[in-house]
Design a protein around this ligand. Structure first.
Ligand SMILES: Cc1cc2nc3c(=O)[nH]c(=O)nc-3n(C[C@H](O)[C@H](O)[C@H](O)COP(=O)(O)OP(=O)(O)OC[C@H]3O[C@@H](n4cnc5c(N)ncnc54)[C@H](O)[C@@H]3O)c2cc1C
Length: 377
């Protein structure tokens, strides 16, 4: 029998919100619980490059109108394609081309990208009334007829038939469900990301750029940025950039990587002081308040572990498979999770406690996630 209590979704990141959108369109009740106070609670506007696989998953979920809005919001960058430069000398470096998987379909060989905040807002459209903010999840309890999420303030969610943990790399749901087997490893590498008015990118021209500085003995620093043609001359637009470095190169004061704003901006500025004049405006003119640190983490490199099946709880996205930024596939993989679980729930007409687990293949992360989490759809 189909359970009409709401599916509970922990976290309101891109995986969770795309799943919420999928459930909304299928007429399946759901509630989302996000720890932050709002969408704009902290700087999180970095840009995500989308592969054909990621775009296909998103299109499979959204209705045609919303998909069109999403596609129109995506930047389509051509120009030099993915060009690597020596950040200090300004010379172009060979052999650092964009992986073919990230030169997307439809875009005529262009790179498709969107800011994470725009992506979240589009996925959330129509779901707003079902998102509860300021709900810091600490875990869950399986009840006689369902499951409840438990929050840091001591409150609990309503009872739902299924809890989907989508709270990203520090997921409490993943930890509890897998009995600690799902781990996130700190690679030691750190980064910052920020925003700068588009005029400061004029020296680069259109394209996706990787700027590499390997002059430091402690390790290299790189920046990836995307200069989109249609917005290049609009002074109200800022472009994002993402900086990463080998362990030890980028250090937050007192190892506090939650710091945002001036402190993070100053570190990015000092690391780029000797960079070529073509690239320096990106950092000299940045909007300091938008700068934030990020830690480069990775799930168990040997793959997703097994854990005892709990039919009322499963996990999606970075909660179950955090990846380093090396392949640019984190977001592209999480949207596939959401599309898969949303489709399985739709096909089943909602959560059914007594039906069989889905038949899935075992050789890709999305299917493995659903199989291991084993929600009986
Ligand atoms: C700088 C940077 C650049 C990136 N670039 C790319 C790229 O180009 N292409 C690509 O494919 N991927 C990229 N990624 C990876 C991509 O951003 C992630 O894989 C993706 O955002 C993961 O989505 P998610 O929904 O699983 O988790 P998240 O987006 O992390 O969302 C998790 C949500 O859960 C909330 N939350 C956390 N803890 C709790 C809790 N206890 N209770 C309730 N809510 C909680 C968080 O506030 C957040 O809203 C990049 C990542 C970074 C940091």
């Amino acid at each position: 029998m189909t359970d009409r209590k709401p599916i509970l979704i922990a976290g309101a990141g891109i995986a969770s919100l795309l799943l919420a959108q999928s459930l909304r369109l299928s007429g399946i009740p759901y509630r989302v619980f996000e720890r932050d106070a709002s969408f704009v609670f902290r700087a999180q506007g970095y840009r995500l490059r989308l592969s054909s696989e990621g775009l296909n998953a998103i299109q499979a979920v959204l209705d045609p109108e919303t998909w069109q809005r999403f596609w129109d919001t995506c930047g389509k960058t051509g120009g030099l394609g993915f060009a690597s430069f020596n950040a200090v000398t300004g010379e172009q470096i060979e052999h650092h081309l964009v992986p073919p998987a990230l030169v997307s379909r439809q875009g005529g060989g262009k790179t498709i990208g969107i800011s994470r905040s725009d992506m979240r807002k589009i996925f959330a459209q129509g779901c707003e009334d079902n998102i509860e903010w300021g709900k810091h999840g600490m875990g869950y309890e399986v009840t006689e007829d369902g499951v409840q999420a438990i929050f840091a303030d001591g409150t609990r969610s309503v009872e739902g038939p299924l809890l989907v943990g989508g709270e990203g790399i520090y997921s409490k749901v993943s930890k509890q469900l897998s009995e600690g087997k799902l781990k996130v490893y700190d690679t030691g590498a750190r980064g910052t990301h920020g925003q700068t008015p588009s005029a400061s990118f004029k020296g680069l021209g259109e394209g996706v750029f990787r700027l590499l500085d390997d002059t430091r003995p402690e390790g290299s620093v790189f920046v990836i940025t995307n200069v989109r043609p249609e917005e290049m001359d609009d002074p109200s637009v800022s472009f994002g950039w993402t900086m990463g470095g080998h362990p030890g190169v980028i250090r937050a004061p007192n190892d506090d990587y939650t710091i945002v704003g001036r402190t993070a901006a100053d570190i990015a500025k000092s690391l780029t002081q000797k960079w070529h004049p073509r690239f320096r405006p990106l950092f000299e003119d940045m909007n300091e308040s938008e700068t934030a640190f990020w830690k480069i983490t990775c799930s168990t490199p040997s793959g997703v572990p097994d854990w005892p099946n709990q039919p009322r709880v499963t996990v999606i996205g970075d909660s179950v498979h955090s990846m380093t930024p090396a392949g640019g596939i984190g977001a592209n993989t999480v949207v596939r999770d959401s599309a898969l679980i949303g489709r399985l729930l739709r096909e089943a007409g909602g959560y059914k406690a007594e039906s069989q687990p889905p038949t899935t293949t075992t050789n890709n992360t999305v299917d493995t996630t659903a199989r291991r989490g084993n929600c009986t759809l």
